[in-house]
Design a binder for this molecule. Structure first.
Ligand code: BGC
Length: 325
């Protein structure tokens, strides 16, 4: 853990030292840093957070308390939401579809039973859903999904993330390929020994190659009826927590004269490189929301989380300045 933060600090020091000689901070001002973390955190204040648990195959003993050096410390979905909102005031949710998956959205503060503090002036708060940890008996889990979960460092957790996200796709593909090699001599008489190494595909391929491979395999498998093709629509439906999420926000129907747009800021390699996934998402939205889906816009937010965290740091320090004066 120390090495990771030493590395971040060094990169930051290099960046600062590369600034032009004519850059000077106003007297009494410090630099303001935004920091996003791609793991579930308990937000103690904007500048302080503690790690709740590791996901995506990480397991590091050291307790992580993020507060020594940045003005804003937020989960990556919150950063993406803030960055997205800066560019489009209609952004109501942020979704990450990459190595892991998660979503954050803007909720009416009075509708949050867990919140017992003062209600914010805006009447709104952001919720980090940690939907990667979603599981339900309706999730179509195949043996190829179950095995990596059982063998993972966090069995029974992050099930939704484990069946769709970039971190696990390669492993799912490897297991399907292995079975095809064993039962249908897919690669000839012998199973390639490399294919037996867990997570080998994760390390040897780029995410977009893996995505393509899983897609091709799904098609091959579906047409040969070896195992059912389980990816695509069913997964996508869960992304939007069914229609209920939209109902909750009052955005599931089109009201007369209502031209409100609901923009979703989306980041991550899975979304960026897997066109079919994106198409499925759009058609499922249409199916779930009907005409109301016309007002839903998905915007790709490239590295939006870092920018969002920096913007949060900047706006927080402006707020402090106003409070002081
Ligand atoms: C983490 C989330 C994070 C997501 C996307 C998940 O594994 O639990 O906190 O937002 O990955 O990076």
């Amino acid at each position: 853990m120390r090495e990771l933060f030493d590395f971040a600090a060094e990169a930051l020091a290099n960046f600062v030292s590369s600034e032009g000689e004519d850059f000077h901070l106003p007297p009494g001002r410090q630099r303001e840093l935004g920091f996003t973390f791609s793991f579930p955190v308990r937000q103690l204040s904007i500048a302080s957070a503690t790690l709740i648990k590791w996901t995506k195959g990480f397991s590091i003993e050291d307790a992580v308390k993020l507060n020594p050096f940045a003005v804003s410390h937020v989960n990556d979905t919150i950063g993406t939401l803030a960055g997205g909102r800066y560019y489009h005031p209609d952004v109501i949710a942020a979704v990450i579809l990459g190595t892991g998956t998660n979503a954050a959205y803007v909720e009416r503060a009075h509708a949050i039973p867990k919140w017992h503090g003062l209600l914010p002036k805006s009447g709104e708060m952001v919720i980090n859903t940690e939907w990667g940890n979603f599981r339900a008996s309706h999730l179509p889990l195949t043996e190829y999904d179950q095995a990596p979960d059982v063998e993972s460092l966090n069995p029974g957790e992050q099930i939704f993330e484990k069946i769709i996200s970039g971190m696990y796709l390669g492993e799912i593909v490897r297991r399907v390929l292995c079975r095809m090699a064993e039962e249908a001599a897919f690669f000839g008489d012998t199973v390639p020994p490399k294919l037996k190494i867990p997570f080998v595909l994760r390390y040897s391929f780029r995410l977009d190659e893996l995505i393509l491979m899983k897609h091709l395999l799904n098609e091959a498998i579906a047409s040969h009826s070896i195992i059912p093709s389980y990816m695509d629509k069913t997964d996508i439906e869960y992304f939007f927590e069914n229609k209920n999420g939209w109902k909750k926000l009052g955005r599931d129907t089109v009201k007369e004269g209502d031209n409100q747009r609901s923009v979703i800021a989306l980041d991550g390699g899975l979304f960026e490189h897997y066109t079919k996934f994106r198409e499925c998402m759009e058609s499922t939205l249409k199916e779930l929301l009907g005409d109301a889906s016309d007002s839903v816009v998905i915007e790709h937010s490239n590295d939006g989380s870092g920018i969002g965290a920096a913007l949060l740091a900047a706006s927080h320090s402006q707020y402090l300045k106003v409070e002081e004066s």
